[in-house]
Design a binder for this molecule. Structure first.
Ligand code: CTP
Ligand code: MG
Length: 238
């Protein structure tokens, strides 16, 4: 039985605001998507990768992966969709029968430690159908609703019970397939916030477990994040 990683890289990176998709923006001379693929492969627990590419860039992505000596596991590239969820579904459609575990990882998290990938996969292989890395929330979080020209606070959730979740998220393949069909329908019908794959599993009413996340797996959204990532790399390679 094998583990497939879907590496979502089809987004435009509008908040980064470069003239190329975020996954192709370079960090230390290499595109973000390549950093992420190398780290998934370095975990030793991922057997193959499917990359979801932005419109018209399947060939560019495929050349990038094929030309890299550090990835070293089979990589297929497919067209992504208009939303992240559609991109994951496109990647999932390429899962093979032997891929009993599927990871979903964002190219926007290029510095994911291989140990985190191992932690997620072993939690799935130990019997949890859906596993998400999460970190304690350090800020106090307020719930709000619109109120004229400002927002009114409607509550303060207990911070000790909140987790900021990351990728890779890991799933038993069959559960993720059901989540992307029935779970997605339910989430849409019930207006549930299913902004990640685990959210679709939650919409099915199936359990999702958290394993400890890692600060290094932070997501690159803005220029400042990219700058932070380059500092982290300098520190870890010094
Ligand atoms: N993604 C994708 N397909 C989409 C949208 C997003 O594969 N249609 C991927 C992105 O490439 C990224 C991950 O999902 O690796 C997380 O999305 P996000 O950080 O929001 O990236 P972008 O959508 O590219 O950025 P922005 O929202 O700023 O435009
Ligand atoms: Mg986005």
């Amino acid at each position: 039985m094998t583990t497939l990683a879907i590496l979502t890289a089809a987004g435009s990176g509008s908040r980064l605001g470069r003239d190329l998709p975020k996954a192709l923006v370079e960090l230390d001379g290499f595109p973000l998507v390549l950093h992420a693929a190398r780290r998934l492969a370095a975990s030793g627990v991922v057997d193959s990768i499917v990359v979801t590419a932005p419109d018209g860039l399947v060939g560019v992505m495929a050349d990038l992966m094929a030309g890299d000596p550090h990835v070293g596991i089979p990589v297929r590239v497919t067209d992504g969709g208009p939303t992240r969820q559609a991109s994951v579904a496109a990647g999932l459609a390429l899962a093979r029968p032997e891929d009993d575990v599927v990871l979903v990882h964002d190219a926007a998290r290029p510095l994911v430690p291989p140990e985190l990938v191992q932690r997620v996969v072993s939690a799935v292989r130990s019997g949890h159908g859906a596993v998400v890395p999460g970190l304690p929330v350090t800020d106090t979080v307020k719930q709000v609703r619109p109120d004229g020209d400002a927002e009114l606070v409607t509550g303060t959730p207990d911070r000790s019970m909140l987790r900021a979740v990351q990728t890779p998220q890991g799933f038993a393949r069959d559960l993720l397939v059901r989540a992307h069909h029935t779970g997605a329908e339910r989430a849409a019908a019930e207006h549930l916030a299913a902004t990640d794959d685990a959210g679709l599993v939650e919409a099915l009413g199936e359990p999702v477990h958290i394993v400890p996340g890692d600060a290094a797996a932070f997501k690159i959204t803005t220029e400042r994040d990219l700058w932070l990532a380059s500092l982290v790399l300098q520190e870890t390679t010094a």
